[in-house]
Design a protein around this ligand. Structure first.
Ligand SMILES: [Zn+2]
Length: 303
C-alpha cells in the first residue's frame, strides 16, 4: 500500500510518500503565513502533488485540532488561523484534487505507532505524546476511539491536579502540570533555564528535582488512569520529552505507585518507535479506510 501522509503544524508542514508503513520520500516546509486556509491549503496541495497525489496516490492529513465526529470541521485549531468552523476536509480535498482523510495529529501519531511502530500488532493501546503540550490517542479493538462527538482520547486533559490553568480552559490537567511548556514555566519561576532538555540533564540537582517529581506524579496518575479505564496491552510514550535517557523508566516507577495490583503486574510502558515520523505514517494510514492497517508480515487484525 502506498499513500501520502501530511503532518500539519503551526511552524512546519511535513509530507511523505509512505509504502507499507515506511517513509519512501519526505519533504518539509515552513507553514505558509499567515497560517490561514487560503495560505496553507494550496501549500498542502502542492506538497502532496510533488509526492504523486495527482497520480492516484491517496492522501491523509494529520491536523492540529479537535474535530467533529465526521472529521469535516474543527472545533479548535491551536497554532493556525481562521480554520475553526471551516469545512477542513472539503478545503483540503479541493486543494489536493481528490478526497482526503483528515484526523487529529496526535491520533495520527497513535495510528502510526500501531501500523509500523511500538504498538505494531496490538489491538488495544494508548499513546501519550509529551511535547510542549500533552496529546495522544486511544485505540481499542483495532479502532481509534472517537467518542460520541469526536472528542474522545485526549489524555493530556485528564485531571490530576487542582487549580492549575490549562490552555484548553480547564484546570488541573496533565498538560498544565507536565507539558514541557508548564515545566519550563515552573523552572523559569525558580530561576532555571526554561529548557526541558537541560532540566532533564540536571534532574538530580535538589532544586530541579521537585519540578520533575511534580511532573512525574501527574504523568504517573495519567498513565494509571488510562490503564484502569482501558486495560490496554501497552501504553506508548512519545514526544520529545520521552526520549530523555531514563525518562520512561522514571515514568513507569511513578505509574506503579498509583496502580492497583492486577494492572501493576501487566503494565507495559514503551517508548515510541517512530518519533517524529509517527504522525506522518499514521496520516498515510488513514487512507486505508480501516483505522489501523494490518502490520506488514503479520496476521490481519480481528475487527
Ligand atoms: Zn486541558
Amino acid at each position: 500500500m502506498r499513500a501520502i501522509g501530511v503532518d500539519v503544524g503551526g511552524h512546519k508542514i511535513a509530507a511523505a510518500l509512505v509504502g507499507d508503513g515506511r517513509i519512501l520520500r519526505r519533504i518539509e516546509e515552513p507553514t505558509a503565513p499567515p497560517l490561514t486556509p487560503d495560505a496553507v491549503a494550496p501549500q498542502i496541495g502542492r506538497m502532496a502533488a510533488s509526492l504523486g497525489a495527482g497520480e492516484g496516490i491517496p492522501v491523509g492529513v494529520g491536523f492540529p485540532g479537535a474535530f467533529d465526529a465526521e472529521r469535516e470541521r474543527a472545533h479548535v485549531v491551536p497554532n493556525l488561523s481562521g480554520w475553526v468552523g471551516a469545512p477542513i476536509r472539503r478545503i483540503l480535498s479541493d486543494a489536493v484534487g481528490s478526497p482526503v482523510e483528515v484526523e487529529n495529529d496526535a491520533n495520527c501519531y497513535a495510528l502510526g505507532e500501531g501500523w509500523a511502530g511500538a504498538a505494531r500488532g496490538l489491538n488495544d493501546y494508548v499513546v501519550l505524546t509529551l511535547g510542549s503540550g500533552v496529546g495522544g490517542g486511544v485505540v481499542l479493538g483495532g479502532r481509534l476511539l472517537r467518542g460520541s462527538r469526536g472528542m474522545a482520547g485526549e489524555p493530556g486533559h485528564i485531571v490530576v491536579g487542582t487549580n492549575e490553568p490549562c490552555g484548553c480552559g480547564g484546570m488541573g490537567h496533565v498538560e498544565a502540570i507536565a507539558g514541557a511548556n508548564a515545566i519550563e514555566r515552573e523552572a523559569a519561576l525558580c530561576g532555571f533555564p526554561p529548557d526541558v532538555k537541560i532540566l532533564w540533564r540536571d534532574r538530580s540537582n535538589p532544586l530541579v528535582s521537585p519540578i520533575w517529581d511534580r511532573a512525574f506524579e501527574a504523568l504517573g496518575k495519567a498513565v494509571a488512569t488510562v490503564v484502569c479505564l482501558f486495560d490496554p496491552e501497552a501504553v506508548i510514550i512519545g514526544g520529545g520529552m520521552s526520549r530523555g535517557e531514563g525518562f520512561v523508566d522514571a515514568l513507569r516507577e511513578s505509574a506503579m505507585r498509583f496502580l492497583s495490583g492486577p494492572y501493576r503486574d501487566v503494565l507495559d510502558l514503551r517508548t515510541s518507535a517512530l518519533g517524529n515520523d509517527a504522525a506522518l505514517i499514521g496520516a498515510a494510514s488513514l487512507t486505508r479506510g480501516t483505522d489501523i492497517p494490518a502490520p506488514t508480515g503479520a496476521p490481519g487484525r480481528g475487527r
